[in-house]
Ligand binder design. Structure first.
Ligand code: AKG
Length: 255
């Protein structure tokens, strides 16, 4: 049975737990195609992108690339993967209606130096009313506890928005300030993944990841963000925040 055969079950699991994991969402051949296109994009397109859309762990070392924003704007292959695709169809099933694709990101945590992802709720960044949106995380490497697999707090999508504060993590500027209660830790579930596995979380679901402690294994992934058509964005607040953040990053010499 494939994921298309069980839409109600998937939506029920997603609403209950705040996440679903679809193993083997892409085949090995499809993952190989994504890798080829990423290599091409990194070699040919990356040098032309605005600096607020490309993050390195060390901006003087191109080998430490950690994030690229808005892939679909930069390249037709990624636009096709994002819009009108199986990913978009799955988002419609899980959010129960029409969706709007908002962001597609490349994530890496380079070996040894890849930083932890602070605990956060994406909805805090998105500024939506109602907060109906999701993020998909497509593994492109074997990912486990050593190289920083994603961790979700089960059913945290039902607990409201937690207090967030500024972090020093490039690409994840906000983190939950009181993360680590007994309930958080008890309900935290680690999601090791292999290339082609897809994790999907609701914008209210608390999640985090450790850094990459491995000596030589990269930890690459693609993120897909879709908003429900019902969600209204506070566009002014969002644009003002993005501008302030980009200025801060330039001032701090991070980008
Ligand atoms: O790649 C990661 O560590 C986490 C990604 C994430 O937090 C997100 O896409 O919301």
């Amino acid at each position: 049975m494939t994921w298309q055969d069980r839409p109600e079950q998937l939506r029920e699991d997603f609403n209950r737990d705040g996440y679903v994991a679809l193993r083997g969402f892409l085949s090995d051949a499809e993952v190989a195609e994504v890798h080829q296109n990423l290599e091409r994009l990194i070699a040919e397109v990356l040098p032309t992108l605005p600096r607020a859309q490309v993050f390195f762990e060390d901006k003087d070392d191109p080998g430490t690339l950690k994030q690229i924003q808005r892939l679909f704007e930069h390249d037709a292959y990624f636009a096709k993967l994002f819009f009108g695709s199986a990913f978009e169809r799955l988002a419609e099933i899980l959010l129960g209606g029409g969706v709007e694709g908002k962001n597609m990101q490349y994530f890496n945590k380079p070996p040894r130096i890849g930083q932890a992802t602070p605990p956060h709720q994406d909805g805090y960044y998105f500024m939506l009313e109602p907060c109906e949106a999701l993020t998909m995380w497509l593994a492109l490497d074997d990912v486990d506890e050593e190289n920083g697999c994603v961790r979700y707090v089960r059913a945290s999508n039902h607990g409201g928005m937690r207090s967030h504060g500024r972090t020093q993590t490039l690409g994840f500027s906000q983190g939950i300030t009181d993360y680590g209660t007994a309930e958080d830790l008890e309900k935290e579930v680690a999601f090791p993944a292999r290339p082609g596995d897809l994790l999907v979380h609701h914008a209210m679901t608390i999640h985090r990841a450790d850094g990459n402690r491995s000596a030589s294994r990269s930890r690459r992934a693609l993120g897909f963000i879709y908003y429900s058509e019902r969600a209204k964005e506070d566009k002014l607040a969002h644009a003002a925040y993005q501008k302030r953040l980009a200025e801060e990053m330039v001032e701090a010499g991070k980008i």
